[in-house]
Design a binder for this molecule. Structure first.
Ligand SMILES: Nc1ncnc2c1ncn2[C@@H]1O[C@H](COP(=O)(O)OP(=O)(O)O)[C@@H](O)[C@H]1O
Ligand SMILES: [Mg+2]
Length: 263
């Protein structure tokens, strides 16, 4: 991956929040480079600042200190980042098609064109029959597909995914992991993917970066040399199990520490 140019560079990023018990340091000296076209998975104990980092990259929060550089490919009005959240962040008053067409709509793309784009992505995530449904008529897994289709229809240079499958049951999760792999393998967008699941990180990622428990900083990273295209079958490889175990060994101390701190 390192032969590809750097797409995102975070240097010594720090972020504090005010709380009733005084300032909380969410990120401290957080340094990370993500390469163009890389699928990077960020794993760490709850509360270590993963969502904070994604929100900073998405421009939803300012970094308190340090530097964030994101290198644009084009000067066009193509959006730089799109975010997929854990909790079905779709508009309840919009149909599936309107939800997915939202990004292009915000960019002033004509109704005919944005509807066509939306329908393409809706079909790709397997929701063709539900294009005119409203979110409340869908299951959790289907709503999350809408969120993913919406982010992809936005055609941003970078996809930020914050535990996108975290709220799904194991079976839905497995199916969507495989579909995500397929979708990503077509376009090879730069993806920063936060997950609790080491297995998911190893299955999807080119690299897995582990964060320390509070305050969040980079603990170590693993490169995932499993060949692509990957699929569920990859999880049956001995190398997959070995990587999982090695990463878990490294994460275990951090999880223990975060439990002891009552997070
Ligand atoms: N808006 C906020 N106000 C106060 N504290 C916050 C806010 N957002 C996050 N935090 C705190 O910052 C730390 C990191 O949070 P977060 O980035 O959500 O962690 P993660 O996504 O890794 O679970 C936590 O201690 C959390 O309570
Ligand atoms: Mg989070």
């Amino acid at each position: 991956m390192s032969e590809f140019p750097v797409k995102i560079r975070a240097g010594g990023v720090g972020k504090q929040f005010a709380s009733a018990h005084g300032p909380v340091t969410a990120l401290q000296e957080f340094t990370l480079e993500v390469h163009d076209g890389e699928f990077l998975c960020l794993v760490g104990p709850s509360g270590c600042g993963k969502s904070t980092f994604l929100r900073i990259l998405a421009g939803l929060l300012d970094a308190g200190s340090g530097t964030i550089e994101i290198f644009r490919e084009t000067e066009a009005d193509r959006p730089l980042t799109s975010m997929v959240f854990q909790e079905y962040a779709v508009f309840p008053w919009k149909t599936v098609t309107e939800n997915v067409a939202f990004g292009p709509q915000m960019r002033g793309i004509s109704k005919a064109e944005r509807t066509e784009t939306a329908l393409t992505w809706i079909e790709r995530v397997g929701l063709k029959r539900f294009a005119d449904h409203y979110p409340h008529q869908l299951s959790g897994g289907m709503r999350q597909r809408v969120g993913i289709a919406r982010a992809l229809a936005n055609d941003s240079e970078i996809l930020l995914m914050d535990e996108p499958l975290g709220a799904l049951d194991a079976q839905n999760r497995t199916v969507l992991q495989e579909q995500l792999l397929e979708l990503w393998q077509e376009g090879r967008k730069t993806v920063l993917y936060v997950t609790h699941s080491i297995e998911e990180a190893v299955l999807l990622g080119d690299r897995v970066v582990l964060m320390t428990a509070h305050p969040g900083t980079v603990k170590t990273e693993f490169s995932i040399p499993l060949p692509r295209p990957r699929s569920l079958k990859t999880t049956a490889e001995p190398e997959f199990a070995q990587l999982n175990y090695a990463i878990w060994e490294s994460l275990r101390d951090e999880v223990q520490r975060s439990i002891e701190e009552g997070r």
